[in-house]
Each structure stands twice: as C-alpha cells, then as structure tokens.
Design a protein around this ligand. Sequence first.
Ligand SMILES: *[C@@H]1O[C@H](CO)[C@@H](O)[C@H](O)[C@H]1NC(C)=O
Ligand SMILES: *[C@@H]1O[C@H](CO)[C@@H](O)[C@H](O)[C@H]1NC(C)=O
Ligand SMILES: *[C@@H]1O[C@H](CO)[C@@H](O)[C@H](O)[C@H]1NC(C)=O
Ligand SMILES: *[C@@H]1O[C@H](CO)[C@@H](O)[C@H](O)[C@H]1NC(C)=O
Ligand SMILES: *[C@@H]1O[C@H](CO)[C@@H](O)[C@H](O)[C@H]1NC(C)=O
Ligand SMILES: *[C@@H]1O[C@H](CO)[C@@H](O)[C@H](O)[C@H]1NC(C)=O
Ligand SMILES: *[C@@H]1O[C@H](CO)[C@@H](O)[C@H](O)[C@H]1NC(C)=O
Ligand SMILES: *[C@@H]1O[C@H](CO)[C@@H](O)[C@H](O)[C@H]1NC(C)=O
Ligand SMILES: *[C@@H]1O[C@H](CO)[C@@H](O)[C@H](O)[C@H]1NC(C)=O
Ligand SMILES: *[C@@H]1O[C@H](CO)[C@@H](O)[C@H](O)[C@H]1NC(C)=O
Ligand SMILES: *[C@@H]1O[C@H](CO)[C@@H](O)[C@H](O)[C@H]1NC(C)=O
Ligand SMILES: *[C@@H]1O[C@H](CO)[C@@H](O)[C@H](O)[C@H]1NC(C)=O
Length: 479
Amino acid sequence: MDNMFSIILCVLFLFTIRSDAISSSLAEEGTTFSVSSAQPDPSNSSNNTIKTNKKQQVPFETTSTATTEVTLSDGLTLINTDPSSQAYYVDAIIDSEIYPLLIDTGSPYLWVYNDNCTDSSCLNKQLYNASQSHTYATQTFELSYSTGSASGIVTSNNITLAGLTLKNFQFGAASEVPDIFSIYNFSGVLGLPNSNQASSSMLNPAEGFKIQGTTNASKFALCLGEYNSTYTNAGVIGFGADFEQLHDGQLYYSQAISNAGAHWETLINNIYVNDIQVVFDSVQVNGANSTVQRIALLDSGTTAIVASANDATKFHSLFPNAVTDGSSYAILCNSTSIIKFNIGGETWTLSPTEYLGKKYGDDSQYAGYCASNIQGMEGFDDGTWVLGATFLKTVYVEFNIDESTIGIANRTSGIKLVASNSSSSNYYGTHSQSSVSNSSSKTNKSSSASSSSSDSGFSIHHSSSALYTLLFVAFSLLL
Ligand SMILES: *[C@@H]1O[C@H](CO)[C@@H](O)[C@H](O)[C@H]1NC(C)=O
Ligand SMILES: *[C@@H]1O[C@H](CO)[C@@H](O)[C@H](O)[C@H]1NC(C)=O
Ligand SMILES: *[C@@H]1O[C@H](CO)[C@@H](O)[C@H](O)[C@H]1NC(C)=O
Ligand SMILES: *[C@@H]1O[C@H](CO)[C@@H](O)[C@H](O)[C@H]1NC(C)=O
Ligand SMILES: *[C@@H]1O[C@H](CO)[C@@H](O)[C@H](O)[C@H]1NC(C)=O
Ligand SMILES: *[C@@H]1O[C@H](CO)[C@@H](O)[C@H](O)[C@H]1NC(C)=O
Ligand SMILES: *[C@@H]1O[C@H](CO)[C@@H](O)[C@H](O)[C@H]1NC(C)=O
Ligand SMILES: *[C@@H]1O[C@H](CO)[C@@H](O)[C@H](O)[C@H]1NC(C)=O
Ligand SMILES: *[C@@H]1O[C@H](CO)[C@@H](O)[C@H](O)[C@H]1NC(C)=O
Ligand SMILES: *[C@@H]1O[C@H](CO)[C@@H](O)[C@H](O)[C@H]1NC(C)=O
Ligand SMILES: *[C@@H]1O[C@H](CO)[C@@H](O)[C@H](O)[C@H]1NC(C)=O
Ligand SMILES: *[C@@H]1O[C@H](CO)[C@@H](O)[C@H](O)[C@H]1NC(C)=O
C-alpha cells in the first residue's frame, strides 16, 4: 500500500494534473450540457433494438438474497484474472497441456506462444511446440500492437475450451510476442471476433464449435467479474447457448455495426451522468452527425473504458470538481453519480464502485480523489468508446456471430457456481494464480478493406491493416 501511494505521487508529477484546467473548461462548456428535463426519454431515442420481448422463461428466477447454484458444464467454464484484475483469461487444453489464454473480443483469432519464441514475454510460460504438429505451416500471421507485434506460423491441432473440443482447429503459433505481455502469465490470446473477415482460415472458436456440430449456434456469452464459488474465478465464458440462469430478465439486442471489421461494435444511443445527457462535439456516427450517439466497441481485452480525450473531458465535466491531465481523469471518491449507457434500447448503469479506480493518497494534493476508470486517448476521434472490463463486469453479454448481434442483460445476482460431476470437470479452477494481460483492439477502419483482400494467398497479413492497442497499459500509468 505504501508503495502504491508513492507510485501515485510520482505519477502525479509526471502528469501535472491541474485542477484549474477542468474548472475553466467547465465554465466554457457549461452551455453545452443539457439537463434531463429537456431531453427525450432515453428509451425513445434512436432505435437500434432489433429484437424485443424475447423474454425467455428463466427457470431460476432469483431475488438478490437467494443463492442459486449454477452448474458449470461443457460449454461453460471459469475465467480467471491477474491480481490487479487487468486481464481476463481462460484455460485451453492442447495435447494435454494447459495454456491460459487472454480473452480478447478485439483480436481476430486464437494464437499461442510458440516454443521458439525468445522474447521476454515467452520466458517461464507454457509454450506450444508447433514443430510437433502434423500440419506443416504454409501460412504466417502477423498482428500489430501499438507496442510491438505478434507474428508466427498458422498451425492446427485439437483444442479443448470450456470442455468442448475443436478438432484440427487452425490457430497461430507466435515466435514473436510483444514485450508488453511479459508481466502476465498467459500463453496466448483467445481472439473472439465478430466474424471471420480478418482471416480466411482461422475461425472464432464459437464458429468452429458450430461448424463441427458441437453446438447449435455460433455465439458465446461473457460474464466478467467474480461469482460466489468454491473455485477462484473472475467470471464465466460460455459457448453456443443462452445461459439463462446467468442473466436476470431478457437480453436486449442491438445489431453489430457491419463495417467495423471483426470488432464487436454497436450504437450507443446516448450516455447519461445522473440523468443529464452528455452532449459531445459532433462526430459522424454510423453515417450521421451526432452530438449524443457514440459507438461502443465491446472489448474484453481492455481493462477500462476509453474514449477520445475530447469526449472524456466533456463527460467528466459532469462530475463536480473532476480533474484531468488531458488523458487521465480523477473524480472525488465520494461521488454518488450514476453513469448510464443506452444500448439496445435499454440503459446500463455504472455505479461509483464500478467507475472509481484507486484512491489518491491522503498526503497527496489530490487527497479525496480516485482515478476514473474512464480514460481519454488519442485515436478515438471517430466517436468510439471502448467498453472494456469496467463495463463488461456489470452485465451478461451475448456475442452472436450468426446474427451479428450483441445482446446485453443484467447479471443474475446471488449465484453460486458449482462443478458438474462430469469427468471433464477437471478443467475448472486449475489455475487459481495464472494470469493474463490485455491486448486490445482498435482497428483502423479506413484501411480495413485491405485485410480481407490480402487473404487469398498463403500468407495472412494484418500488420498494415489493423492496429491492436494495449489499452490497459496506458491506463495503469495513471496509477
Ligand atoms: C416516449 O415514447 C412513448 C411511446 O411512443 C410516448 O408516449 C412518450 O411520450 C415518449 N416520451 C418522450 C419523453 O418523448
Ligand atoms: C424499433 O425497431 C423495431 C425493429 O426494427 C420496430 O419493430 C419498432 O417499432 C421500433 N420502435 C420504435 C419506437 O421506433
Ligand atoms: C503469475 O503467476 C504467479 C505464480 O502463480 C503469481 O504469483 C503471479 O501473481 C502471477 N502474475 C500475474 C500478473 O498474474
Ligand atoms: C519457429 O518454429 C516454427 C515451427 O515450430 C517454424 O516454422 C518457424 O519458422 C520458426 N520461427 C522462427 C523465427 O524461428
Ligand atoms: C519440439 O518438437 C520437435 C519435434 O518433435 C522436437 O525435435 C523439439 O525438440 C521439440 N522442442 C522442444 C523445445 O521440446
Ligand atoms: C484430434 O482428435 C481426433 C478425434 O478425436 C483424433 O483422431 C486426432 O488424432 C486428434 N489429433 C491430434 C493431433 O491429436
Ligand atoms: C441442438 O439442437 C437440437 C434440437 O433442438 C437438440 O436436440 C440438441 O441437443 C442441440 N445440441 C446442442 C449441442 O445443444
Ligand atoms: C455464497 O454461497 C453460499 C451458499 O452456498 C452462501 O452461504 C454465501 O453467503 C454466499 N456468499 C456470497 C458472498 O454471496
Ligand atoms: C457532418 O458535419 C460536417 C461538418 O461538421 C459536415 O461537413 C457534413 O456535411 C455533415 N454530414 C452530415 C451527414 O450531416
Ligand atoms: C466529497 O469530498 C470532497 C473532498 O474530500 C469534500 O470537499 C466534499 O465536501 C465531499 N462531499 C460530500 C457530499 O461529502
Ligand atoms: C438492471 O438492474 C437494475 C438494478 O437492479 C435495474 O434498475 C434495471 O431496471 C435492470 N435492467 C434491466 C434491463 O433489467
Ligand atoms: C453429483 O453426484 C452426486 C452423487 O453421485 C449426486 O448426488 C449429485 O446430484 C450430482 N450432481 C450433479 C450436478 O449431477
């Protein structure tokens, strides 16, 4: 703890957070904020709900006080995280070895560290021996991250995920891995993209399960955040079904934006802070200029929530006395404001415990302030809000590849996860301490066309068409 505070103090000098900066911007921008009474009912605004009233009979209706046992089964397994909850990962089994993989809805495919990787990230990790594979590599892959790239060969093997096996599944084996992954214990990335656009041969495992007849639907559900269980966990991931016990009420669907490459993007109809609609600068969103609509990029590989610095500053100016250095923000720890995102015709709320990060030290100039889990960053001027784990932890999200939809529901509270009696249950909770990092993703949309056109040959190249940003790294600098 002492150490944490000294880091904070040090960082404050580097960032020179100025409280006067935001006070003056508040004064200038005061007129651009509208009060709730002048705003339309959020539920009436832009309608991108494509399915409504799909209410299922939820067999385990619960109240917040009851504890319902949910049995982990084939297709549904535990997620783990690192000690600072920056990254979420799941165990995959290949040739009887366990590979913890970062769950990244922003990465285009699954890749593991190959055993000829000599980068720091590969030291002391479970490495995959692609030379043993019967499939000789004729393809290569390369993914660019903001801080380096991952590259290697495309290979195939049987992979078991959540107790389900993908036979002869194609994935990347990287001999080059970005150094930024070195502090995390994982051995690769489980890319769960919206579609197969990024690669002609490497499928989203959720698609692979359906193609091989293991499940009936190309979809997966993500519930980040700890459940009551005798197993160490940071949530669950499930493939191929609607895990009704895990969500409270119906799923609210919205269409994924089709030109977003492999990203899971959808419309945010508006954002509220305490029922005050946030009015941003006008940006073209989904073909129309808007000061209230934004794009949500649901990205499990990002720890926080990230928007353009411009949007983030406007947003934070609705929090009394918030301060910023232009990219990192701090909010008074005693804030009681509620943040609401309207997506799919419903509002999804973030309470202070969810948007407030670490507290500044009592001896600091910013005593009483907590880091905001919403950040500003260059490169998001197209109105994208990356909704990372800070958002995903609050909800059940179904990512449906068949229908290109994103379904969101409240998580069921009062659930306890228990293991099934099946013999395959040995993959539950195997890695209470292993870990992962976060890759994250932000495709340069203007050049995304080149990624699909370059797949015809033997070589798959993404390096020039997609930039995968490691957003948690920037976030952790604030702390
Ligand atoms: C919202 O829509 C309903 C039904 O269309 C309408 O009755 C109501 O007046 C609308 N509310 C606002 C604030 O526009
Ligand atoms: C919203 O969209 C759905 C499906 O396109 C449509 O049935 C419904 O009438 C729309 N609602 C409003 C308020 O426009
Ligand atoms: C990596 O694993 C080790 C040993 O299991 C654990 O002590 C450490 O905290 C883990 N590191 C991360 C970043 O998860
Ligand atoms: C790493 O090993 C794979 C086979 O496992 C091989 O195809 C590839 O060329 C090697 N890469 C490097 C950089 O050594
Ligand atoms: C990988 O497998 C090949 C072929 O079986 C073997 O020659 C090589 O020693 C293995 N590498 C390691 C690091 O075990
Ligand atoms: C993959 O599984 C199939 C069916 O279970 C099996 O026949 C095959 O040998 C396995 N492949 C490898 C590389 O283990
Ligand atoms: C797929 O659907 C059929 C018919 O509804 C059902 O019998 C079967 O159990 C389902 N399979 C899986 C893997 O869910
Ligand atoms: C966890 O579940 C047990 C019942 O299995 C219950 O007694 C306990 O209160 C629950 N804990 C929490 C934090 O919900
Ligand atoms: C959006 O705004 C820009 C400038 O602010 C303007 O040039 C453009 O025509 C507008 N586009 C639409 C579709 O209204
Ligand atoms: C919140 O904290 C600030 C700074 O510590 C303090 O000045 C303010 O009075 C507090 N507000 C409430 C409502 O407690
Ligand atoms: C989600 O839960 C919150 C808090 O319990 C509730 O106010 C809200 O209506 C719920 N939303 C949906 C769509 O069920
Ligand atoms: C597990 O096995 C025990 C004893 O064999 C049985 O009582 C229990 O109902 C089983 N639980 C499940 C979820 O199948």
